[in-house]
Ligand binder design. Structure first.
Ligand SMILES: [Ca+2]
Length: 423
C-alpha cells in the first residue's frame, strides 16, 4: 500500500517503484537531462569565453593601476591625520603672519624714523658743505717768539728757554727749531714770570690718550698739544733727542706727579739726555738732584728677588716698545706693561703706563704692574693721576730756583754743579 511504500518521487508511478518503473523514469529523464546538460555546456562555454575576456580586461586594468595605488583600508585614518596636520600648520602660519605683520609695522615705523634722520643728516651735510667752502681758520693760537736767532742763515730756537730769553712770559704753543732738527716743530712751553722756560715732552692727566703705542709712534710723538696744556701727549723721542743733544749745555729733567688725593710731588735729574734712534733713544742722566717724590729712576728694592733695585733702575736704559724690545728682560717689558719706556727688567718709575682712574689696581685685575708708577712715592699697585716730564737748561734751573727761593724740592750742593757748562 501507499502507506507501506516510500514513494520518493511521483514520477516513479503511484505504486511502489519497480525496476521497470525506475528504468522508464530514467529513460524519460535522461532525454530531458541530456538536453539540459547540452544547454548548460553551451552556457559554460560562453561563460568560459567571457571569463577569458574579463581576465584580460582585469589584467589590463591592473597594469594601468598598480596595486600600491589601490585604496588602503586605513586610508581614511591617514587622511584625517593629514587634514589635522594641515589645520595645525594653518594655525601656525596664521600666527607667523600675524607676527610678521607686527614686525613689518615696527619696520615701517623705523623706516619713517630713519627717513626723518636721513633728512636731518642731509640738511646737516648741506650746512657742513657750506662751512667747508669757507676758508680754514686756525683756532689754536700759536704764539710767535720775537727776535728769532739766525745761525748761519738758518732759523734757530733751541727750546722754550730760548723763547723765554726773548722776553716771552706766556705759556703756550711755540715753534722751536733745535740745531739738529730738520724742520721747526711745535712744543708746549711752560714759562713762568721769572723767565724760566720749560719744554714739556710728556703729559698725563685724564687717560684720554692711549700710551700703548709702537716704536714709530713714540719716535714721532702722539697725542695732542694744546695752548692751555690740557691734553695728553708724548712729544716724540726724536724731538727729545734733538733738543737734549744740540749743545754742550746740559738739561735738567723735572718730573711732576699728582696722586688721586691731589698731592703733588716732584723729582729732578741733572744732565738728562736722550740718545739717537741708532742707540734706541737711550736715556742718561748725571745724577738725581732731589725732590719729594724720591729717586725711582735709581730702582727700588721691591723685596721680590735679589737685585730688584738694579733690575728696576732706568739710567742708561734704551727705549723699548712692544715692537722694539731693547730691555734687559728675557721677556718684553713694553709689551707686558703696555707702554713705551726706558725699560730695564722692568721698572720702578713708569710714567707711560696704563691709566687707572682712582689709582688703585691689583695684579689680579691687570696681571702685571702696568700702571703709572713712581715706586719711591706710592707703591707699584698705585697708578698716579697726573704726570708731566719737562726739561730746562740745567744752569737755568739753578738760577730759577735761586730767584724763587723755593724750598719745595731741590737741594743742590754747589760742588755738584757742572759750572763749566753753564751759559
Ligand atoms: Ca727683552
Amino acid at each position: 500500500t501507499q502507506d507501506n511504500c516510500c514513494i520518493l518521487d511521483e514520477r516513479f508511478g503511484s505504486y511502489c517503484p519497480t525496476t521497470c518503473g525506475i528504468a522508464d523514469f530514467l529513460s524519460d529523464y535522461h532525454t530531458s537531462v541530456d538536453r539540459d546538460l547540452q544547454t548548460i555546456e553551451k552556457l559554460l562555454q560562453q561563460i568560459d569565453n567571457s571569463t577569458v575576456v574579463t581576465e584580460q580586461v582585469i589584467h589590463h586594468i591592473r597594469n594601468i593601476y598598480p596595486e600600491e595605488k589601490q585604496v588602503h583600508p586605513n586610508l581614511i585614518d591617514d587622511l584625517i591625520k593629514k587634514s589635522r596636520k594641515i589645520v595645525e600648520e594653518f594655525i601656525r602660519y596664521d600666527a607667523t603672519i600675524q607676527m610678521l605683520y607686527f614686525i613689518s609695522r615696527q619696520l615701517t615705523d623705523m623706516y619713517i624714523l630713519n627717513n626723518n634722520k636721513i633728512t636731518q643728516l642731509k640738511e646737516k651735510i648741506v650746512q657742513l658743505e657750506v662751512k667747508c667752502l669757507e676758508p680754514c681758520k686756525d683756532t689754536v693760537q700759536i704764539l710767535e717768539a720775537t727776535g728769532k736767532v739766525m745761525l748761519m742763515g738758518i732759523l734757530f730756537i733751541a727750546d722754550c728757554q730760548d723763547i723765554a730769553n726773548k722776553g716771552v712770559r706766556k705759556s703756550g704753543l711755540y715753534f722751536i727749531k733745535p740745531l739738529k732738527a730738520k724742520e721747526q716743530f711745535l712744543v708746549y712751553c711752560e714759562i713762568d714770570t721769572l723767565g724760566n722756560g720749560w719744554t714739556v715732552f710728556q703729559r698725563r692727566l685724564d687717560g684720554s690718550e692711549d700710551f700703548n703705542k709702537n716704536w714709530v709712534q713714540y719716535k714721532e710723538g702722539f697725542g695732542h698739544l694744546s695752548p692751555d696744556d690740557q691734553t695728553e701727549f708724548w712729544l716724540g723721542n726724536e724731538k727729545i733727542n734733538v733738543i737734549t743733544h744740540q749743545s754742550p749745555i746740559p738739561y735738567a729733567l723735572r718730573i711732576e706727579l699728582e696722586d688721586w688725593d691731589g698731592q703733588k710731588r716732584t723729582a729732578d735729574y741733572a744732565m738728562f739726555k736722550v740718545g739717537t734712534e741708532n742707540d734706541k733713544f737711550r736715556m742718561t742722566y748725571g745724577y738725581y738732584i732731589g725732590g719729594d717724590a724720591g729717586d725711582a729712576f735709581d730702582g727700588v728694592d721691591f723685596g721680590m728677588q735679589p737685585g730688584d733695585k738694579a733690575f728696576t733702575s732706568h739710567n742708561a736704559m734704551q727705549f723699548s716698545t712692544f715692537d722694539n724690545d731693547n730691555d734687559r728682560y728675557e721677556g718684553n717689558c713694553a709689551e707686558q706693561d703696555g707702554s713705551g719706556w726706558w725699560m730695564n727688567r722692568c721698572h720702578a718709575g713708569h710714567l707711560n703706563g696704563k691709566y687707572y682712574p682712582g689709582g688703585r689696581y691689583s695684579e689680579k685685575d691687570s696681571g702685571t704692574d702696568n700702571g703709572i708708577i713712581w715706586a719711591t712715592w706710592h707703591n707699584k699697585w698705585y697708578s698716579l693721576k697726573k704726570t708731566s716730564m719737562k726739561i730746562i737748561p740745567f744752569p737755568r734751573l739753578l738760577i730759577g730756583e735761586g730767584q724763587q727761593q723755593s724750598g719745595s724740592v731741590k737741594q743742590v750742593g754747589s760742588d755738584a754743579l757742572p759750572v763749566d757748562d753753564a751759559q
